[in-house]
Design a binder for this molecule. Structure first.
Ligand code: ATP
Length: 244
């Protein structure tokens, strides 16, 4: 069995008549937290959609836990948190998570475990519309966790949250990885790079870098992920200029 949870080979995706992922290859090792970083429009969401099998692809392959992305066998094994709110505002946290539990054919006890995993047990009876931003994020995450997935694909889960709430969520992510899960987490907050085992920097549909943060910093001679990213963008532009 491969040690990679996700294997993307020569993926090509077109959206709106444009090639947004021209030829993308990537491996996500099992049990790691891999950060997908880069500017808006770089293709992070498109790549994640391809990994969970909801994106029409023009070529290449995406394999998750040894199965083609989106295959029925992966339904409960892969959890996906989208940028759009995935919870019903007029239901309680518990009813939302139990709804997802029913969809996946797991019991109410699985819903309670997922709520506990995100530390929302005390708010399980609260209607979602009355939650704070951080609680709302955790409620969405609980829905994603209810099938006890081995792979979690989280699209900008910390967007709009203050630094304390972001840190709390990252502690949950690290705990999920410590339990053996694989997490692919997108963000455009570069300082979240320090929380990840590996970083994939994506720009204009291309992988500019795929390494650990220390390797990235030493390769670029920089002190933080943001400076490293800017150095890579400059290097890339110089390379394009040279090739022209
Ligand atoms: N529904 C769509 N129809 C057509 N083009 C789209 C659609 N969604 C995204 N795109 C285009 O695909 C490219 C990649 O977008 P994508 O959402 O994957 O980037 P992203 O890195 O996730 O950005 P963000 O950080 O803003 O979410 C962009 O050029 C975008 O304009």
């Amino acid at each position: 069995m491969t040690s990679d949870a996700i294997v993307v080979e020569h993926l090509r995706v077109q959206r709106g008549g444009r090639e947004v992922l021209p030829d993308l290859s990537l491996r996500v090792p099992r049990g790691q937290v891999v950060g997908l970083l880069g500017p808006s429009g770089g293709g992070k969401s498109t790549l994640m959609r391809s990994v969970v099998g909801v994106q029409v692809v023009a070529g290449g392959s995406v394999t998750v836990l040894g199965e083609p992305a989106g295959s029925p066998a992966l339904r409960a094994r892969v959890g996906y948190l989208t940028q759009a709110a995935s919870v019903y505002a007029d239901l309680t946290v518990r009813d939302n998570v139990r709804y997802f539990a029913r969809v996946l054919g797991v019991g109410a006890d699985a819903a309670d475990r997922a709520i506990a995993a995100v530390d929302l047990t005390d708010h399980a009876g609260a209607r979602v519309e009355n939650l704070s931003g951080g609680q709302l994020s955790r409620a969405g995450l609980a829905c994603t966790l209810v099938g006890d997935p081995e792979v979690l694909v989280l699209d900008e889960p910390t967007v709009g949250l203050d630094p304390v709430l972001r840190r709390d969520l990252w502690e949950i992510f690290r705990g999920l990885a410590a339990d053996g899960r694989t997490l692919l987490v997108s963000s455009h907050v570069m300082d979240e790079a320090v929380r990840c085992d590996r970083l994939v920097l994506l720009r204009a549909g291309r992988v500019l870098s795929d390494s650990t943060l220390p390797d990235l910093l030493s390769r670029t001679g920089t002190d933080d992920a943001e400076a490293a990213f800017l150095a890579l963008v400059d290097e890339d532009a110089a390379h394009d200029g040279g090739a022209a």
